[in-house]
Design a protein around this ligand. Sequence first.
Ligand code: ADP
Ligand code: MG
Length: 741
Amino acid sequence: MDRVPPKPKHPESNLQSEEGADSMSTMENQMEPSSVDSIESSQTQPAARQPKYQLGTPVQFVQGVGSQRAPLFEKLGLTRAGDLLFYFPRDYQPPVEIVAFSKLKTDTRVSVVGTVVDREFRGISEGRSMAGVLLQVEGGSVRLKWFNQPYRLENISHGARIQATGVIKMAGFVWEMIHPEYKILEDEEDLSPNKPAPQYSLTEGLLNNHVKRAVHNAVHELADSVDEVLPAATREAAGVLGIATALRQIHIPTTMDEAMAGRKRFIFQELFVLQLALALRKRQKQSGLPAPVLEDNAKIHNRILSRFPFELTSDQRQAIHEVANDMGKNVPMNRLIQGDVGSGKTVVAMYAMLLAVAHGYQAALMAPTEVLARQHARVLGANLKASRVNVELLTGSLSGSERKSVLDSVAMGTTDLVIGTQALLSDQLEFRKLGVVIVDEQHRFGVGQRASLRSGTETQPHYLVLTATPIPRTIAMTLFGDLDVSVLREKPPGRTVTKSYVARHDEMASWWEFVRKQLKQGRQAYVVAPRVEDNEQEESRGAEYWHDRLQREEFANFRVGLLHGRMASSDKDETLRKFNAHELDVLVSTTVIEVGIDVPNAAVMTVMEADRLGLAQLHQLRGRVGRGQHPGYFCVFPRKEIPGVENERLQALTQTQDGFELSEIDFKIRGPGNLMGTKQHGLPPMRIADLSRDAKILEHARKVALQIVAENPELEGEDFRRLKKQVLARYGANLELGDVG
Ligand code: ADP
Ligand code: MG
């Protein structure tokens, strides 16, 4: 039995111990386990007892790791002793009772305590072995078994007292536990069975017990050497534990309450650091250059409204009111308009642009795709016909001379409104007097990538983003934590409900028959396939297949086009132009048409293999039909064999047309983390917090963060030194917090 790791011989760690206990700020270790290298040594360390190793000591020297297992720990990202502290359990097994022999019940999880009276090891077959231990408990005996873990017997000696925990079964006439967790009881004090058992994420070859033992050792040695990041006042305001206690409780809880209190501290910390970063960014935006004061008045208001061929909904009026209010101040507007597909967000954007123009300023509108940019330019052009407002389109596909002429007219100020793609972010685009920037479908850009355009003046433009993504409030608060939010809930009047179906494959022929009828009446149709190409293994058919097949068979008498992301952008554009001009009847496409496309004559949509897509995405797709005066029809075909739960999910589409409601349903069925993580949005993933589950803590963290930044915008002072460092280390680059540092 030589599982005890050697005493640290590492030259570096010797050096460190001579200098006294090293310390590591929680910034590095909790949030960035891989960057533990940068260890900060603190001058005064009230070392009550000299730890056997330090936070920065290679993980192999922690008791319970050793040189053999060290590579497995490293695989989990645990290279230094300090990393173990912040390797949080993913779950806990609730405490189990020590059950008396006479009360054992098969297939229950129990704990038994007894003495080892027999040990057995044998080969079962080529390369397979079994290690067994017979435990004498009061009233009888229980057999413990491990397969292919010969070393088990090295740890368990004859006569040892053991507490074994696991699912117990009657095997023949003997009670048996396979692969139980166990603890060797050194003395009576060890006999505390009713503790929750932390469960760690593992890798092949590493058992929960291995990780647990190593982590526990590290906690015993090092919990007191970790620097506290949260100022005392913040901990008090948040009602969370100090770092050392939190570490003990999260890893070695005696009750579930303790475990949860430990977790809460780290969840809070993670969310708090994020909210601080967002609060700092918001503050920075507002304390930079002032924005032009673009006040609204009755004359301007009525003139702009007369450009819209319809009455505004009351949500649109409210949003416009909020936007105009923001733009009338010399602090730059930072607002998100959140509204379901078809709720009429463009109107609000146009209002903001025209308000800027009314004051002699320019406006820019950025769309995520060229297709959408062109569409916006077309709609705006139509609404502004016979006005003196000049609109230009700037995308990547302009020729050199076209591009130059747009750049020139923007620089001279003859162009009032520029609409484009990310091409707008070009350095060469310089405005004469930019008043407002609008970003359509912001979720496609990511949080960090804030459009920053050269405004040509000593002011910075107002900023407005539009999104159709039905983001639950807590997530919006995080992703867009530095923005104010206006919501468009209500749809413009006169919309008919799009009839939605989840169909079986044997109903496909009659569905195509229905589509043909619609086409004959002059409507157009979309057919969406999630993939471009077939996948034989999965019997999956791509958009290319459906295009060829439908053109050849079901829609032989109609004009069928194909659109997908791998096509050249000029080809995409041409296909969409044709569909728009009704030179195509059917458009077979991947989900590239998901965002923003507005062809009012398109009334029917079919989605193949729909279970591959999220509800929110399907809802976005559905929003492409039923936009004009013609009723919309939406039919999805799941893959032939899909689990029932997927069908339940798809059925939700037939039950509601409300994007917010659908995203809640999706969330309930698919569980947290699936709806919308932070990852897709350019922020580092959360380590322990879950934005949906921890909504309450998130709100609290936000409140505390805003308060702190209001009082201490630069996070000055010793109290905040470590906290500030952590905020910058984690979010400085993503959120462009450069100046705060
Ligand atoms: P989205 O919010 O999805 O961007 P749009 O702004 O594209 O929605 O609007 C969808 C359609 O509704 C457009 O054809 C637009 O002209 C129309 N629309 C917008 N507001 C109203 C309104 N108040 N009354 C009638 N139609 C409207
Ligand atoms: Mg839109």
